[in-house]
Write a protein that binds this ligand. Structure first.
Ligand code: DC
Length: 202
């Protein structure tokens, strides 16, 4: 049976944590689609042309240690505006979604564009301040030299660009269940997501 779970939402809302936990619970494979855009962004920062970077993307590009930096996040959000770049990444994501044994994909346009027929769609949100605070702690914990103000500005700039772009903007699918994680613990958010997915696939 092919099960697809689509998890979308703005930066640092908890999509990654929830997606990994849902995938582990159901034994599904997980694809963080933001990593594809980050890998393209990193290649562009290294001098590549955006479309050439997207069409030549190689699995080893996803292993680059720099992909989680704020600079690469901004570059990812910038290349993600280019419709040809997005188009170049569609087939890979759809093939992943259809793999035997089930798949969880997280990103910005999974429930709306990449997998409109996904059995379960979640839209994970949290207030901008809450998301920035979490991202700041995550980056500072990794030893990156960042300020809380700069992280909030980065998150807000990316959200604005991701929401306002013409192609595949960040928006909840009409049939997505929204989970606001602002006042939830990780365990509570994960439990809500698993309960919803279970209700959709059983
Ligand atoms: O999920 P993330 O923060 O790693 O994503 C980085 C950027 O990539 C994000 O700001 C917008 C873009 N992106 C996208 O446009 N569509 C996706 N499905 C995933 C990410």
């Amino acid at each position: 049976m092919i099960y697809t779970v689509a998890i979308d939402g703005p930066a640092a809302a908890g999509k990654g944590t929830i997606s990994k936990a849902v995938a582990a619970h159901f034994g599904f494979a997980h694809l963080d689609t933001g990593l594809l855009y980050r890998a393209v962004g990193a290649k562009v920062l290294a001098g590549a042309e955006p479309l050439a970077a997207a069409t030549s993307l190689d699995p080893t590009d996803l292993e680059n240690d720099n992909l989680r930096t704020p600079e690469v996040a901004q570059a990812a959000s910038q290349v993600a505006v280019i419709s040809e770049v997005r188009a170049a990444l569609v087939d890979f994501q759809r093939a992943f979604a259809k793999r035997e044994g089930g798949a969880v994909l997280d990103g910005r346009d999974i429930g709306t564009v990449i997998c409109p027929d996904a059995q379960a769609k979640l839209f994970v949100t949290a207030s901008a301040e809450c998301r920035a605070d979490r991202r700041f702690k995550e980056l500072a914990g990794k030893g990156l030299d960042v300020s809380a103000e700069a992280v909030l500005a980065d998150v807000m700039a990316r959200d604005k660009r991701d929401r306002e772009r013409e192609t595949a903007p960040l928006i909840a699918a009409a049939d997505a269940k929204e989970i606001d994680t602002s006042d939830l613990s990780i365990d509570q958010a994960v439990a809500a997501a698993i309960a919803f997915v279970q209700s959709r696939i059983s």
